[in-house]
Write a protein that binds this ligand. Sequence first.
Ligand SMILES: Nc1ncnc2c1ncn2[C@@H]1O[C@H](COP(=O)(O)OP(=O)(O)O)[C@@H](O)[C@H]1O
Ligand SMILES: [Mg+2]
Length: 278
Amino acid sequence: MAEALVEAEPVAVDAAAPVIDLQGAGKTYRTGSLEFEALKDVDLRIEEGEYVAVMGPSGSGKSTLMNLLGCLDTLTVGSYRLAGEDVNELDEVELAAIRNRRIGFVFQQFHLLPSLSAWRNVELPLLYGHVPAADRRARAEAALERVGLADKFANRPGEMSGGQQQRVAVARALVGEPALLLADEPTGNLDSASTKDVLALLDELHAQGRTIVLITHELEVAEHARRVVRVLDGRIQSDTVSSRHANSARSAGAAGAAGAAGGRAPAGAPGSMQAGAR
Ligand SMILES: Nc1ncnc2c1ncn2[C@@H]1O[C@H](COP(=O)(O)OP(=O)(O)O)[C@@H](O)[C@H]1O
Ligand SMILES: [Mg+2]
Protein backbone atom coordinates (compact mmCIF):
# COMPACT_ATOMS: atom_id res chain seq x y z
CA MET A 1 0.00 0.00 0.00
CA ALA A 2 2.78 2.39 0.91
CA GLU A 3 4.51 1.87 -2.41
CA ALA A 4 1.37 2.42 -4.41
CA LEU A 5 0.97 5.84 -2.84
CA VAL A 6 4.54 7.03 -3.03
CA GLU A 7 4.85 6.27 -6.69
CA ALA A 8 3.60 8.93 -9.07
CA GLU A 9 0.86 6.62 -10.31
CA PRO A 10 -2.42 8.53 -10.09
CA VAL A 11 -4.86 7.14 -7.58
CA ALA A 12 -8.40 6.76 -8.86
CA VAL A 13 -10.62 9.46 -7.41
CA ASP A 14 -14.27 8.90 -6.81
CA ALA A 15 -15.75 11.86 -8.65
CA ALA A 16 -18.85 11.76 -6.47
CA ALA A 17 -16.87 11.79 -3.23
CA PRO A 18 -16.70 15.05 -1.31
CA VAL A 19 -13.32 16.78 -1.34
CA ILE A 20 -13.39 16.79 2.45
CA ASP A 21 -15.22 14.31 4.61
CA LEU A 22 -14.46 14.50 8.31
CA GLN A 23 -16.55 12.34 10.60
CA GLY A 24 -16.51 12.37 14.36
CA ALA A 25 -13.11 13.98 14.17
CA GLY A 26 -11.23 14.82 17.34
CA LYS A 27 -7.73 15.98 18.16
CA THR A 28 -6.16 15.66 21.58
CA TYR A 29 -2.74 17.16 22.22
CA ARG A 30 -0.64 15.39 24.80
CA THR A 31 2.20 17.10 26.63
CA GLY A 32 3.64 14.76 29.22
CA SER A 33 0.72 13.78 31.42
CA LEU A 34 -1.36 16.74 30.26
CA GLU A 35 -4.06 16.31 27.65
CA PHE A 36 -5.89 19.00 25.76
CA GLU A 37 -8.86 18.28 23.52
CA ALA A 38 -8.43 20.91 20.82
CA LEU A 39 -11.11 19.51 18.48
CA LYS A 40 -14.18 17.56 19.46
CA ASP A 41 -16.64 15.57 17.42
CA VAL A 42 -16.27 17.52 14.19
CA ASP A 43 -18.35 16.45 11.20
CA LEU A 44 -17.52 18.42 8.09
CA ARG A 45 -18.22 17.66 4.45
CA ILE A 46 -17.08 19.97 1.69
CA GLU A 47 -18.09 19.21 -1.88
CA GLU A 48 -16.10 19.93 -4.99
CA GLY A 49 -16.42 23.56 -6.04
CA GLU A 50 -17.42 24.91 -2.64
CA TYR A 51 -15.85 28.04 -1.15
CA VAL A 52 -15.84 27.72 2.63
CA ALA A 53 -14.51 30.10 5.26
CA VAL A 54 -13.54 28.81 8.71
CA MET A 55 -13.89 31.51 11.35
CA GLY A 56 -13.31 31.58 15.07
CA PRO A 57 -11.51 33.46 17.83
CA SER A 58 -7.92 32.78 18.78
CA GLY A 59 -7.54 29.38 20.45
CA SER A 60 -10.79 28.01 19.04
CA GLY A 61 -9.09 25.29 17.02
CA LYS A 62 -8.81 26.80 13.53
CA SER A 63 -5.16 25.94 13.03
CA THR A 64 -5.70 22.48 14.45
CA LEU A 65 -8.51 21.94 11.93
CA MET A 66 -6.39 23.43 9.17
CA ASN A 67 -3.49 21.09 9.98
CA LEU A 68 -5.81 18.09 9.88
CA LEU A 69 -7.44 19.12 6.60
CA GLY A 70 -4.01 19.79 5.11
CA CYS A 71 -2.67 16.39 6.22
CA LEU A 72 -0.04 18.18 8.28
CA ASP A 73 -1.29 16.34 11.37
CA THR A 74 -3.44 13.29 12.08
CA LEU A 75 -6.69 12.78 13.94
CA THR A 76 -6.86 11.30 17.42
CA VAL A 77 -10.35 9.90 16.76
CA GLY A 78 -12.73 9.84 13.84
CA SER A 79 -12.15 9.54 10.12
CA TYR A 80 -10.93 11.77 7.32
CA ARG A 81 -11.37 11.11 3.63
CA LEU A 82 -9.74 13.54 1.22
CA ALA A 83 -11.17 13.34 -2.31
CA GLY A 84 -12.40 9.86 -1.48
CA GLU A 85 -9.07 8.68 -0.12
CA ASP A 86 -8.86 7.50 3.48
CA VAL A 87 -6.12 9.53 5.10
CA ASN A 88 -6.32 7.94 8.55
CA GLU A 89 -3.95 5.08 8.06
CA LEU A 90 -1.16 6.88 6.20
CA ASP A 91 2.37 7.34 7.48
CA GLU A 92 4.51 10.49 7.18
CA VAL A 93 5.82 9.71 3.70
CA GLU A 94 2.38 8.92 2.36
CA LEU A 95 0.94 12.07 3.93
CA ALA A 96 3.65 14.15 2.27
CA ALA A 97 2.77 12.59 -1.08
CA ILE A 98 -0.93 13.30 -0.60
CA ARG A 99 -0.24 16.89 0.44
CA ASN A 100 1.79 17.43 -2.69
CA ARG A 101 -0.78 15.87 -4.98
CA ARG A 102 -4.08 16.98 -3.53
CA ILE A 103 -3.59 20.25 -1.66
CA GLY A 104 -2.39 23.72 -2.56
CA PHE A 105 -1.40 25.82 0.46
CA VAL A 106 -1.47 29.59 0.78
CA PHE A 107 -0.10 31.07 4.00
CA GLN A 108 -0.23 34.46 5.66
CA GLN A 109 3.54 34.88 5.24
CA PHE A 110 3.60 33.86 1.52
CA HIS A 111 6.57 31.50 2.15
CA LEU A 112 8.21 32.27 -1.18
CA LEU A 113 11.91 31.61 -1.61
CA PRO A 114 13.50 35.08 -1.96
CA SER A 115 16.37 34.03 -4.22
CA LEU A 116 14.12 32.40 -6.81
CA SER A 117 12.20 34.13 -9.60
CA ALA A 118 8.41 33.95 -9.62
CA TRP A 119 8.25 31.02 -12.00
CA ARG A 120 10.94 29.10 -10.12
CA ASN A 121 8.87 29.50 -6.96
CA VAL A 122 5.74 28.37 -8.75
CA GLU A 123 7.32 25.25 -10.22
CA LEU A 124 8.42 23.94 -6.78
CA PRO A 125 5.47 21.59 -6.12
CA LEU A 126 6.02 20.09 -9.59
CA LEU A 127 9.71 19.62 -8.84
CA TYR A 128 8.80 17.66 -5.70
CA GLY A 129 6.23 15.79 -7.79
CA HIS A 130 8.92 14.76 -10.31
CA VAL A 131 7.34 16.51 -13.29
CA PRO A 132 9.79 16.89 -16.24
CA ALA A 133 11.52 20.29 -16.54
CA ALA A 134 9.91 21.44 -19.78
CA ASP A 135 6.41 20.75 -18.42
CA ARG A 136 7.25 22.52 -15.19
CA ARG A 137 8.15 25.74 -16.93
CA ALA A 138 5.08 25.72 -19.17
CA ARG A 139 2.76 24.97 -16.28
CA ALA A 140 4.38 27.60 -14.03
CA GLU A 141 3.93 30.13 -16.81
CA ALA A 142 0.29 29.21 -17.25
CA ALA A 143 -0.32 29.44 -13.50
CA LEU A 144 1.28 32.90 -13.33
CA GLU A 145 -0.83 33.99 -16.26
CA ARG A 146 -3.92 32.72 -14.50
CA VAL A 147 -3.22 34.95 -11.48
CA GLY A 148 -2.51 37.95 -13.71
CA LEU A 149 1.27 37.98 -13.32
CA ALA A 150 2.52 36.93 -16.75
CA ASP A 151 4.74 40.04 -16.79
CA LYS A 152 6.41 39.15 -13.45
CA PHE A 153 7.60 35.77 -14.59
CA ALA A 154 11.29 36.49 -13.99
CA ASN A 155 10.94 38.81 -11.00
CA ARG A 156 12.02 37.81 -7.53
CA PRO A 157 9.66 38.22 -4.55
CA GLY A 158 11.58 41.27 -3.31
CA GLU A 159 10.74 43.07 -6.55
CA MET A 160 7.01 42.63 -6.05
CA SER A 161 4.32 44.12 -3.82
CA GLY A 162 2.79 42.03 -1.04
CA GLY A 163 -0.32 41.45 -3.10
CA GLN A 164 1.73 40.31 -6.08
CA GLN A 165 3.76 37.99 -3.86
CA GLN A 166 0.59 36.43 -2.52
CA ARG A 167 -0.63 35.96 -6.09
CA VAL A 168 2.62 34.13 -6.86
CA ALA A 169 1.89 31.96 -3.81
CA VAL A 170 -1.61 31.27 -5.17
CA ALA A 171 -0.10 30.33 -8.55
CA ARG A 172 2.25 27.95 -6.73
CA ALA A 173 -0.71 26.46 -4.86
CA LEU A 174 -2.61 25.90 -8.12
CA VAL A 175 0.14 24.65 -10.39
CA GLY A 176 -0.29 21.00 -9.42
CA GLU A 177 -4.07 21.14 -10.04
CA PRO A 178 -4.86 20.14 -6.46
CA ALA A 179 -8.32 19.04 -5.36
CA LEU A 180 -8.25 21.62 -2.59
CA LEU A 181 -6.90 25.13 -2.10
CA LEU A 182 -6.26 25.70 1.61
CA ALA A 183 -5.59 29.30 2.60
CA ASP A 184 -4.60 30.28 6.15
CA GLU A 185 -5.20 34.00 6.75
CA PRO A 186 -4.01 34.76 3.20
CA THR A 187 -4.74 38.47 3.57
CA GLY A 188 -3.40 38.79 7.12
CA ASN A 189 -0.23 40.54 5.95
CA LEU A 190 -1.69 42.65 3.17
CA ASP A 191 -2.81 46.27 2.95
CA SER A 192 -6.42 46.87 2.01
CA ALA A 193 -5.77 47.27 -1.73
CA SER A 194 -3.81 44.02 -1.92
CA THR A 195 -6.40 42.29 0.26
CA LYS A 196 -9.09 43.23 -2.26
CA ASP A 197 -6.87 42.02 -5.04
CA VAL A 198 -6.22 38.60 -3.51
CA LEU A 199 -9.86 38.13 -2.46
CA ALA A 200 -10.95 38.98 -5.99
CA LEU A 201 -8.56 36.33 -7.27
CA LEU A 202 -10.02 33.72 -4.89
CA ASP A 203 -13.54 34.73 -6.01
CA GLU A 204 -12.45 34.19 -9.60
CA LEU A 205 -10.92 30.79 -8.84
CA HIS A 206 -14.11 29.79 -7.06
CA ALA A 207 -16.13 30.88 -10.10
CA GLN A 208 -13.90 28.61 -12.19
CA GLY A 209 -14.85 25.67 -9.99
CA ARG A 210 -11.97 25.52 -7.50
CA THR A 211 -12.62 24.12 -4.04
CA ILE A 212 -11.37 26.62 -1.49
CA VAL A 213 -11.12 26.55 2.30
CA LEU A 214 -10.16 29.90 3.77
CA ILE A 215 -9.22 30.38 7.41
CA THR A 216 -9.77 33.86 8.72
CA HIS A 217 -10.81 35.77 11.80
CA GLU A 218 -12.21 38.65 9.74
CA LEU A 219 -15.89 38.60 8.88
CA GLU A 220 -15.37 40.81 5.84
CA VAL A 221 -12.93 38.29 4.42
CA ALA A 222 -15.07 35.30 5.39
CA GLU A 223 -18.08 36.72 3.59
CA HIS A 224 -16.39 36.20 0.25
CA ALA A 225 -17.05 32.52 0.83
CA ARG A 226 -20.51 31.19 0.23
CA ARG A 227 -20.38 29.02 3.33
CA VAL A 228 -19.07 30.10 6.72
CA VAL A 229 -18.14 27.52 9.36
CA ARG A 230 -17.64 28.95 12.84
CA VAL A 231 -15.43 27.15 15.31
CA LEU A 232 -15.57 27.69 19.05
CA ASP A 233 -13.82 25.73 21.81
CA GLY A 234 -12.90 22.96 19.42
CA ARG A 235 -16.40 22.43 18.09
CA ILE A 236 -18.25 23.56 15.02
CA GLN A 237 -20.59 26.17 16.39
CA SER A 238 -22.45 26.98 13.18
CA ASP A 239 -22.33 26.28 9.48
CA THR A 240 -24.25 28.80 7.43
CA VAL A 241 -24.58 30.43 4.03
CA SER A 242 -22.90 33.81 4.33
CA SER A 243 -25.30 36.73 4.38
CA ARG A 244 -23.61 38.17 1.32
CA HIS A 245 -24.51 35.08 -0.68
CA ALA A 246 -27.77 34.09 1.00
CA ASN A 247 -30.05 35.90 -1.46
CA SER A 248 -28.33 34.84 -4.64
CA ALA A 249 -27.99 31.31 -3.29
CA ARG A 250 -31.70 31.16 -2.67
CA SER A 251 -32.71 32.53 -6.06
CA ALA A 252 -30.25 30.36 -7.95
CA GLY A 253 -30.91 27.31 -5.80
CA ALA A 254 -27.15 27.15 -5.46
CA ALA A 255 -27.29 26.64 -1.72
CA GLY A 256 -28.07 23.05 -2.54
CA ALA A 257 -24.37 22.38 -2.80
CA ALA A 258 -23.76 23.48 0.76
CA GLY A 259 -26.94 21.78 1.93
CA ALA A 260 -26.08 18.51 0.28
CA ALA A 261 -22.60 18.85 1.72
CA GLY A 262 -24.07 18.08 5.08
CA GLY A 263 -23.23 21.55 6.21
CA ARG A 264 -25.00 21.22 9.46
CA ALA A 265 -24.52 22.67 12.87
CA PRO A 266 -24.31 20.34 15.85
CA ALA A 267 -27.62 19.89 17.59
CA GLY A 268 -28.23 22.65 20.05
CA ALA A 269 -25.75 25.07 18.56
CA PRO A 270 -27.06 28.51 19.41
CA GLY A 271 -28.55 30.56 16.62
CA SER A 272 -27.25 28.34 13.89
CA MET A 273 -28.94 28.12 10.56
CA GLN A 274 -28.69 25.00 8.51
CA ALA A 275 -26.53 25.61 5.47
CA GLY A 276 -28.69 25.77 2.43
CA ALA A 277 -31.86 26.03 4.51
CA ARG A 278 -34.58 27.78 2.59
N1 LIG B 1 0.82 21.32 19.89
C1 LIG B 1 -0.06 21.66 20.84
N2 LIG B 1 0.05 21.14 22.09
C2 LIG B 1 -0.84 21.45 23.06
N3 LIG B 1 -1.89 22.30 22.88
C3 LIG B 1 -2.03 22.86 21.67
C4 LIG B 1 -1.13 22.57 20.58
N4 LIG B 1 -1.54 23.28 19.49
C5 LIG B 1 -2.64 23.95 19.87
N5 LIG B 1 -2.94 23.71 21.16
C6 LIG B 1 -4.09 24.26 21.91
O1 LIG B 1 -5.28 23.92 21.21
C7 LIG B 1 -6.19 25.02 21.21
C8 LIG B 1 -6.54 25.39 19.78
O2 LIG B 1 -5.38 25.92 19.14
P1 LIG B 1 -5.36 26.39 17.63
O3 LIG B 1 -5.90 25.30 16.80
O4 LIG B 1 -4.00 26.88 17.33
O5 LIG B 1 -6.41 27.60 17.65
P2 LIG B 1 -6.59 28.85 16.66
O6 LIG B 1 -5.83 28.56 15.41
O7 LIG B 1 -8.07 28.94 16.46
O8 LIG B 1 -6.06 30.03 17.38
C9 LIG B 1 -5.53 26.13 21.97
O9 LIG B 1 -6.01 26.12 23.30
C10 LIG B 1 -4.05 25.78 21.93
O10 LIG B 1 -3.40 26.24 23.08
MG1 LIG C 1 -4.25 29.67 14.60
